[in-house]
Design a protein around this ligand. Structure first.
Ligand code: C2E
Ligand code: CA
Ligand code: CA
Ligand code: CA
Length: 423
């Protein structure tokens, strides 16, 4: 069809693939499916208006048609996703050539309504008969490979592999187990002290989530947090974390220990998916923790989101009296001008810089630059991943306010932290 902007019926595409499969069965030749998703383009809410979006998609469709043979099929799956069916191939490498050609062809700008638009796309490839015998399996597997291409940094293509489906299966299994983790009492918080370099006292702690599964053992947050984020489970789990951490901090207060600010990690997804201000206010009220004893660790990637909304929310949290810090500072793409608008209290230098700052001159430069940047903007600065006495001395000498890391203590249980506070 000329007008690729018409949403085609998925059944129609599947029928077309099924015919091609039947044909391949007769000829013994291969067939490849290319699943293309544009990287930055969103049809809904594209900021240009729908008409313009449709024109871009139509132009993209035409460019795709130019990149393939007449006997191939280009279809639009909906949104900014396209499916390209390559028939009668002799070798999977033939699909490789076409995929590369498409990625390259999207690289040169298209002109729509007098505007130059830069596009890029990620492509997943599945090949009949190796990656599936049926149309829907081939589509799903090409889709899976497309996600891998996105993960690899976009603007590229990937062939489907068995490992990809195993990886997806592993994630699905973990997600199912994680769903019941909080109610089964498998979640716990560990607390890692933060130490002031001025007087050597414990100035606060960070709550870090731990998951003990009866069969899997201890699953590290690096494994399950991304799954919780993708599946939306981070919202109920994050609620459990905040409530538990606030209750613990309140219990320490009631036990007459010196006041201790407890820091909780908040993912971007949690920040955007709910009314953060109301949630935090409610939790503080219900647990009886004064706002000043709670700190929220946010990441720089929030800056890539709707900055107006994010600054409005952080301002409200600040007015409530909650402390804010930017975690993993230096690893994101924060523009310094946004930093001024974000009313945070503390920058947390990422451990990847701290680890090598004594041997790598660039890391040293970054650490020193963040310390002076923070102080010029009247923020406090903390270094994480401090593992040795040398690290500690270097940071102290250069005016860093606090440290956190194995040098002082690993994350410990609430009871162990309490014992440290009593010493
Ligand atoms: P993060 O927020 O950057 O936390 C610091 C990580 O560094 C923790 O890993 C901590 O155990 C580890 N660490 C602390 N000191 C040292 C050190 O001296 N050397 C080294 N090599 N590592 C050190 P953990 O507990 O495995 O957590 C990993 C990540 O998972 C956290 O990184 C955070 O992004 C995420 N996470 C953990 N708990 C939560 C949570 O409750 N909610 C959310 N949204 N994310 C969480
Ligand atoms: Ca897209
Ligand atoms: Ca953190
Ligand atoms: Ca960090």
């Amino acid at each position: 069809h000329d007008d690729l902007t018409d949403l085609p019926n998925r059944n129609l595409i599947q029928d077309r693939i099924a015919q091609a499969i039947a044909h391949s069965h007769r000829t013994g030749r291969l067939l490849a499916l290319l699943y293309l998703d544009l990287d930055r383009f969103k049809v809904v809410n594209d900021g240009y208006g729908h008409l313009f979006g449709d024109a871009v998609l139509k132009a993209t469709g035409h460019r795709l048609v130019e990149s393939v043979r007449d006997s191939d099929t280009v279809a639009r799956l909906g949104g900014d996703e396209f499916l390209i069916l390559l028939a009668d191939l002799n070798h999977p490498a033939d699909a490789d050539v076409v995929a590369r050609k498409i990625v390259e062809s999207l690289d040169s700008p298209i002109v729509v309504q007098g505007r130059k638009i830069h596009l890029s796309g990620s492509i997943g490839v599945s090949v009949f008969p190796f990656d599936g015998e049926a149309a829907d399996t081939l589509i799903d597997n090409a889709d899976m490979a497309m996600y891998r291409a996105k993960e690899l940094g976009r603007n590229t293509y990937q062939f489907f592999t068995r490992e990809m489906s195993q990886e997806i299966q592993r994630r699905v299994d973990l997600e199912i187990k994680l769903r019941g983790a909080a109610s089964a009492g498998q979640l716990q918080l560990a607390y890692q002290p933060k130490v002031s370099l001025k007087d050597g006292c414990i100035s606060g702690c960070e709550a870090l989530l731990r998951w003990h599964h009866p069969e899997l053992g201890v699953v590290s947050p690096g494994q399950f947090i991304p799954i919780a984020e993708d599946s939306g489970l981070i919202v109920p789990i994050g609620d459990w974390v905040l409530r538990t951490a606030c209750m613990q901090a309140r219990a320490w207060m009631d036990a007459g220990l010196p006041p201790l600010c407890v820091a909780v990690n908040i993912s971007v997804r949690q920040f955007l998916q709910q009314d953060v201000v109301a949630w935090v206010a409610r939790t503080l009220q219900e647990t009886g923790l004064p706002p000043a004893w709670l700190e929220l660790e946010l990441t720089e990637s929030l800056i890539a989101e709707d900055i107006e909304q994010v600054t409005a929310t952080t301002n409200q949290l600040k007015s409530m009296g909650v402390k804010l810090s930017i975690d993993d500072f230096g690893t994101g793409y924060s523009s310094l001008s946004y930093l001024k608008r974000f009313r945070v209290d503390t920058l947390k230098i990422d451990q990847s810089f701290v680890r090598n700052m004594l041997s790598d001159i660039e890391d040293e430069t970054i650490v020193l630059a963040v310390i002076s940047l923070a102080h010029n903007l009247k923020f406090r600065v903390i270094a994480e991943g401090v593992e040795t006495e040398q690290h500690c001395r270097f940071l102290q000498l250069n005016g860093c306010d606090e440290i956190q890391g194995y040098y002082f203590s690993k994350p410990v249980t609430a009871a162990e932290l309490e014992a440290m506070l009593r010493d």
